[in-house]
Design a protein around this ligand. Structure first.
Ligand SMILES: [Zn+2]
Length: 308
């Protein structure tokens, strides 16, 4: 299928065609003895993912594990649908996200407040998963991929409080979710992902340092795709966070209105991203993935925390 790309080591990148776009949100299948899907994509992407899996020979009873890096709807919105398609699969998620997969009502209510009418178009609805099928991860955990191969989970908050990175023992691939930002392969751009309400600069930098310490061979971004040059891209991840936080902090300290702060930060960071100088469609996809307003709102939310 044209939305499935083999990456070596029995790893397949699946373009989930989120909201009809190509190349913005990936899921990954690790085939092996115990096939494991990393990220489901949105609920509306679930049929696309199912078709991709069946093209790879994974039938309804063949999928052993579904794991999500965190429970934002672009990564986990399809969990309920995928769990229903694959009744033998265990659903693995960090313990801070587990109850929302079993009962998505609060998660969906807050997503509705953030996204309004765009919710249905972008994500669809996360449906509940039987709690008995969900395994909650602590700070670390292991997924059995079969044949001695494992996926080790490492708690990596900062973008979201229920975020994990996942390291493949065979390939050295690290699934970074959104903890290292958003990567656009066409231009090599990397932009931070700092949405409210969980973003925390210090915690996010600690997670990036943890990723470095794991010495992965390759990073697999959910948005979007593989990156081989691990040290320099993780350095860039940390730098991007600092740049956005510094600019937002200044705007906030000057008492700038929110819309003006967003415009200022977007403008002052524009030259960093080739995508924004590319054609309109590329710029639109990039902005959709890492919306400046959402990033600035998340940083302000963090700056305003009473504990700080
Ligand atoms: Zn995401």
């Amino acid at each position: 299928m044209d939305n499935v790309t083999p990456l070596g080591g029995e790893v397949y990148e699946i373009d989930t065609r989120m909201a009809g776009y190509s190349g913005i949100t990936a899921g990954y299948l690790i085939l092996g003895d115990r096939p494991c899907l990393v990220e489901t994509g949105t609920s509306t992407s679930a049929p696309v993912v199912r078709d991709a899996l069946s093209s790879l020979g994974v039938g309804p009873d063949d999928l052993a594990t579904v794991v999500v890096t965190h429970i934002h709807l672009d990564h986990a919105g399809g969990v309920g649908d995928i769990a229903a398609y694959y009744p033998s699969a265990e659903i693995v998620v960090h313990e801070k996200g587990a109850r929302h997969l079993a009962d998505p009502s609060r998660l969906m209510a807050s997503a509705k407040m953030v996204w309004g009418d765009k919710l249905d178009v972008l994500f669809g609805a996360l449906t509940p998963t039987d709690a008995a099928r969900i395994r909650a991860l602590g700070d670390t955990g292991t997924i059995d991929l079969g044949g001695g191969r494992t996926l080790a989970s490492h708690y990596s908050p900062g973008h979201a409080k229920h975020h994990v990175g996942l390291l493949d023992s065979l390939t050295g691939d690290l699934y970074v979710g959104d903890a290292a930002g958003v990567y656009l392969p066409e231009t090599g751009d990397l932009r931070p992902a700092t949405p409210p309400p969980d973003f925390d600069l210090d915690v996010a930098l600690d997670s990036i340092a943890l990723f470095s310490a794991l010495t992965p061979q390759r990073l697999l971004f959910s948005h979007y795709g593989p990156v081989e040059d691990v040290p320099s891209i993780l350095e860039r991840s940390a730098e991007e966070l600092r740049v956005w936080v510094d600019l937002t902090r200044r705007a906030h300290a000057d008492g700038m209105e929110f819309d003006h702060a967003v415009a200022m930060v977007r403008d002052r960071t524009r030259e960093r991203y080739a995508a924004l100088r590319a054609d309109d469609a590329t710029a639109e996809r990039f902005e959709l993935l890492s919306e400046a307003a959402s990033n600035v709102a998340g940083i302000i939310h963090w700056l305003d925390r009473p504990a700080r």
